[in-house]
Design a protein. Structure first.
Length: 159
């Protein structure tokens, strides 16, 4: 008897949540983008980006300077616009992720020197093959300024 009303109500909730989640992802992406640009001031004059809808972006540093010869970045938000997917993602512990992959001038100098990144990033890898350095941070870590701190650690190891 009330099946139709339940279906209509559920449809209204999911449709309303779609626009709320879309706005939440857009705002988070903008905040992360501004934070990344501020933290990369010392390493590149500009960054070229391509949006991945409202839930992320891919970017490349134009003419990186300092220890880096190449920097590529990607940011992906949780699927906040689809309520069921968002709740499942949160339940299994997923977070909004930022990834930076870079090539450095002397990768051999890095392999055994990097231990200070613990606590600044979710995970990292350093190798002699390309990309030389991979940093993975949560959106919260990026917004706290940990990207700049991690890049300083890398720069200090190569100095």
């Amino acid at each position: 008897m009330y099946e139709l009303e339940i279906i209509i109500a559920l449809s209204a909730v999911l449709t309303g949540w779609y626009f709320i989640g879309l706005r939440m992802n857009r705002r988070l992406t903008e905040r992360v983008w501004k934070s990344i640009l501020e933290q990369l001031e010392d390493y590149t004059p500009s960054v070229t980006a391509r949006e991945l809808g409202t839930s992320g972006f891919i970017a490349v540093a134009d003419s990186p300077r300092g220890v880096f010869t190449r920097m590529e970045m990607a940011f992906v938000c949780l699927p906040r616009d689809i309520l069921i997917n968002y709740l499942i993602s949160k339940a299994i512990g997923r977070v909004d992720l930022f990834s930076l992959k870079g090539d450095v001038k002397n990768p051999k100098d890095l392999t055994d020197k990097i231990k200070d990144l613990e606590g600044l990033v979710l995970r990292y890898s350093v190798k002699t093959a390309r990309p030389h350095v991979t940093l993975v941070l949560s959106a919260e870590q990026v917004l706290k300024g940990n990207l700049r701190k991690a890049l300083k650690v890398l720069e200090g190891a190569l100095a």
